[in-house]
Structures are given as structure tokens and as C-alpha cells.
Write a protein that binds this ligand. Structure first.
Ligand code: XUL
Ligand code: MN
Length: 344
């Protein structure tokens, strides 16, 4: 039996088009509108940051936060949409200018941990099974500003506090090598899994791979997927694309390199990704030029490309490929892949 995949995206993926050089090009839309688009397009779940779930979280009482989380859960139930992940947004507040868990200021480190514990409580309220940690500012602009060894210990300490706060919660670390930092402390999936092994309960700490982040680290996302799966640690996935070593582009899946996308799907297939309920998320953004009436296309198109490439992966002539491999004829294997992708 071949697996079926379930898809999701987050409210931030319907972004308004601002970049460091210019303002939004589309008006802000409400959460309800985004949820409606998600349902209409046939996606199964939504990803959240803690403040996507409860806006302005730092200025609300605990009672108010939980009340709003419960209201969101009702909204999701009515729409028949699941919450996939909740991620603490530890890169916006004045308290996280110098990092969250690895800030040099103990007050700021405490803020980051407390906010993460609140994020877990929100996740429980909306039945989000997984906490995602994109460690945005856990790194340095200049090497001398922080103690790298101590920073790893701070990260472990913070994750341990989360694991102790809730005995069931699972955490997936999303590595990224740079942006906004010059160098991040957890740049690749190997680092994420090694960090998991240092915590009080490695069985509850896994990883999330984003295609663009792997490419920014100079790695092939398919190899990252295989590595994480060999360790039993691929618990979520952000598919997208990236044109080399630039800013984080979050292009539609397959937009830049169809072959790299094809190989990611082959890796998912051979590892049985999704069989334990994992979702495929598209962490993609519309091009700045996108008009309001085309606002969903980067998501719809990413899913369409995924499903087309899934057909390609399943129709790939493995027997013929194996014969070429046995003959060490990688030249024709290379061409066989190109012909297959070109439709012959
Ligand atoms: C940033 C990124 C984030 C995370 C969620 O590059 O990918 O959107 O996926 O915090
Ligand atoms: Mn991501």
C-alpha cells in the first residue's frame, strides 16, 4: 500500500509582500480569511506560531491567552482543520534582540523559556501535537560576542525545561544555517539530532527539515531527509525551494530545481514519511509581485508539483535504474532521470 500524504501551511505563508527594501504589496487579511482559503484549497492542517494562535501574546493575561486558544480550537473544529505545530516566535520581541535561549542577558533567557512554556500550553489547548523550534536568533553576528559551548548548554537547558513542563509534548528542531544570524548554532539536521541526544528525553526531541535551509547550508535536502529518517527523527517538513546561497527565498516547491524536488520525494517515499501521521508543509511565500486574486497560487502550485512529482517517483523504473547501477553506468542513469522528468 502506498502512503497518502496530508498537507498544511501557516498563516504567515499568506504574506503581504514586504521586504527590507519596500512595504507590503497586498493588504493584511484576517485569520478567518486565511483559514477559509486553506479549507477551500483542500489542505488538511494549519501550522501556527504561538502569536498566530493568540495575537499580542505578551500583553495578555494567562486566562485571556487560554480563552483565546480555546476559541481558536472551536474555530478549527468547525472548519475540520487540525493544528499541526505550534512554534514560539522568539525573534520579534525587544527581549530577544540578542537571542532567546542563548541571550547574554539572564532576564531575556528567562523570557524565552517562559514564552516557550506558554506556547506548549497553547499547543495543548488546540491539540497541536508538536512544538517546533526554529532557533532564529540563537547564533552570533560576531564570534566573540557569545560563548558557543555555553550557548549549546543554554539550548539544552531550555529544551529540558520544556520537556519537564509537559511529560507528553514532542519538540522538533528546525535548523537553518544563517539569516537572521551570521552563523546559527544549529545549522543542519545533524546538529539538531545531536542536540536532541543531550536532553533529558531524546525520544521526545526530533527535527523538522526545510528544503531552503538545507540548500543554504550547501546540502542536498534529500540527503538531510534520509539522515533524519535513518535516526527516526523526521517529524515535520517544510518543502520549498531556493536559488542557491542568497537570502531565504521560500520559493514554491520545485520552482528552482525540479530534480532536487524529485529526489526529496523519493527520499520521503523510501522512508515511509507520513505513516506516523506526519504532515507535509509548504513554507513558501508569494512573490512580491503577486496580485491579491492570485494569493493562494504558490501554495496550490507547490502541492500540485508535489503530487505530480510523486507520480514521477512512483513511476520511476527502479529495475532499469538498478541494472544501470550494477553496471556502474551512472552516465545513463543520469540521463534516465532527466528523460523521466522531461516525460519520456
Ligand atoms: C524561517 C522559517 C520559519 C519557521 C517557523 O526561515 O522557516 O517560518 O518555519 O518558525
Ligand atoms: Mn520553515
Amino acid at each position: 500500500m502506498q502512503g497518502k500524504y496530508r498537507f498544511c501551511f501557516g498563516p504567515w505563508n499568506l504574506s503581504e509582500g514586504q521586504d527590507p527594501y519596500g512595504p507590503p504589496t497586498r493588504p493584511v487579511q484576517s485569520f478567518d480569511w486565511k483559514l477559509e482559503q486553506l479549507s477551500k484549497a483542500g489542505f488538511d492542517a494549519m501550522m501556527f506560531h504561538d502569536d498566530d494562535a493568540v495575537p499580542d501574546i505578551d500583553n495578555k493575561s494567562r486566562a485571556q491567552i487560554m480563552k483565546e486558544a480555546r476559541a481558536l480550537k472551536r474555530k478549527l473544529d468547525n472548519a475540520g482543520v487540525e493544528a499541526e505545530i505550534v512554534a514560539p516566535r522568539l525573534w520579534f520581541s525587544p527581549m530577544t534582540i540578542d537571542g532567546g535561549y542563548t541571550s547574554n542577558d539572564p532576564k531575556c533567557r528567562r523570557y524565552a523559556i517562559e514564552r516557550s512554556l506558554t506556547c506548549i500550553d497553547i499547543a495543548n489547548e488546540i491539540d497541536g501535537k508538536l512544538i517546533v523550534l526554529w532557533l532564529a536568533r540563537e547564533g552570533s553576528y560576531i564570534r566573540e560576542s557569545k560563548n558557543g559551548r555555553r550557548s549549546v548548554e543554554f539550548l539544552v537547558e531550555a529544551i529540558n525545561k520544556m520537556l519537564a513542563h509537559d511529560k507528553k509534548i514532542r519538540i522538533a528542531i528546525e535548523p537553518k544555517p544563517n539569516e537572521p544570524m551570521d552563523h546559527a548554532y544549529i545549522p543542519t539536521i545533524g546538529h539538531a539530532i545531536a542536540l536532541a541526544s543531550l536532553t533529558i528525553d531524546p525520544t521526545r526531541v526530533g527535527a523538522l527539515i526545510e528544503s531552503a535551509h538545507a540548500i543554504l547550508a550547501g546540502l542536498d535536502p534529500a540527503d538531510e531527509i534520509d539522515f533524519a529518517c535513518a535516526c527516526g527523527k523526521l517529524w515535520s517538513l517544510h518543502l520549498n525551494d531556493q536559488n542557491g546561497l542568497k537570502f531565504d527565498q521560500d520559493k514554491p516547491f520545485g520552482s528552482n530545481n525540479l530534480r532536487v524536488a524529485f529526489n526529496q520525494i523519493r527520499a520521503l517515499e523510501r522512508n515511509g514519511y507520513g505513516k506516523n501521521g506526519e504532515f507535509v508543509a509548504f513554507d513558501v511565500h508569494p512573490f512580491r509581485t503577486t496580485k491579491v486574486e492570485h494569493w493562494m497560487q504558490h501554495l496550490v502550485n507547490s502541492r500540485r508539483t508535489f503530487l505530480r512529482l510523486l507520480e514521477k517517483a512512483r513511476a520511476f523504473d527502479e529495475k532499469k535504474a538498478q541494472a544501470l547501477i550494477a553496471d556502474r553506468n551512472y552516465q545513463d542513469l543520469d540521463q534516465m532521470v532527466l528523460d523521466h522528468l522531461m516525460g519520456r
